[in-house]
Design a protein around this ligand. Structure first.
Ligand code: NAI
Length: 251
């Protein structure tokens, strides 16, 4: 694999599972010094084990990305240890419950907004000062729910529409300062978030055949590839975009 991220320092949030794990492994395989952050230390250990088995290095950080103090401390640690940051992938997220708006508990709404949206704001707030030093990239994970209104998922859809808005503002504020900011919008991706062991799950496979023109969910690696592309010089003229990677679901 091309080592085009050699000497680059990359932060991946939500790296203890799914899309974030695949992205952390991919950045590491391409030569980056990766900081893998997640709330779940066991998940991070597994990610680190997979990186080791592939002959790559990866540092871990157990962090709640919705907490400003924890994000500030993480970026301070990266500055202290690595002296720079070149790319950030703000990808941690939760779906929350499925209820009509009139039944949606307000506390749950706040929790989903906190993890999915506030975390992206906080991440960028503390990443941008480091990225400004030599330039770099930010990729935020939105969802097809950033461009659709899935019934029952008000908090999730609002948070992901918000991620797109934040991404555009950050791209506008930083395009002339050497930082590119973009978002990805995964469709159904076979991670624990969607359904355990989904590749083997007949209900998921049947739903996917109905709802997705490509007739299958994404492997998390297929989403991670898009995030890595948006973090690489190959996308050097792409600013403020939402890259939809959904097997044609929103065509
Ligand atoms: P996942 O559940 O496999 O991974 C999410 C990771 O985020 C977990 O390791 C979890 O511990 C971590 N996390 C949750 N809350 C956190 C917090 N407060 N602080 C730090 N880490 C936290 O899910 P998946 O599918 O990999 O999701 C990654 C992103 O992709 C999420 O933002 C999700 O909304 C988005 N997405 C996923 C889709 C799918 O079909 N799987 C579709 C569209 C978007």
């Amino acid at each position: 694999m091309e080592k085009d991220f050699n000497d680059k320092v990359v932060l991946v949030a939500g790296a203890g599972s799914g899309i974030g794990r695949e992205a952390a492994l991919l950045f590491a395989a391409r030569g980056a010094r990766v900081y893998a952050a997640d709330l779940n230390p066991q998940g991070l250990e597994e990610t680190q084990g997979l990186a080791r088995a592939a002959g790559a290095q990866l540092s871990t950080a157990t962090v709640n990305v919705a907490q400003e103090g924890e994000i500030a401390a993480l970026l301070a640690r990266i500055e202290r240890e690595a002296g720079r940051l070149d790319a950030a992938f703000n990808n941690a997220g939760i779906t929350g419950g499925t209820h009509r708006i009139e039944d949606y508990p307000a506390d749950d709404f706040d929790r989903v907004i906190g993890v999915n949206l506030r975390s992206v704001f906080l991440g960028m707030k503390y990443q941008i000062p480091l990225l400004l030093r030599q330039g770099g990239t930010i990729v935020n994970t939105a969802s097809v729910a950033a461009v659709t209104g899935p019934g029952g998922m008000s908090a999730y859809a609002a948070s992901k529409h918000g991620v797109q808005g934040l991404t555009r503002v950050a791209a506008m504020e930083n395009a002339a300062r050497g930082i590119r900011v973009n978002a990805i919008a995964p469709g159904w991706t076979e991670t624990p978030m969607v359904v355990a062991n989904s590749a083997q799950n007949p209900a998921f496979a049947a739903l996917a055949k109905q709802a997705i023109p490509a007739k299958r969910g994404a492997h998390p690696r297929e989403i991670a590839e898009a995030a890595v592309w948006l973090s690489s010089p190959a996308s050097s003229y792409v600013h403020g975009q939402l890259l939809v990677v959904d097997g044609g679901m929103t065509i």
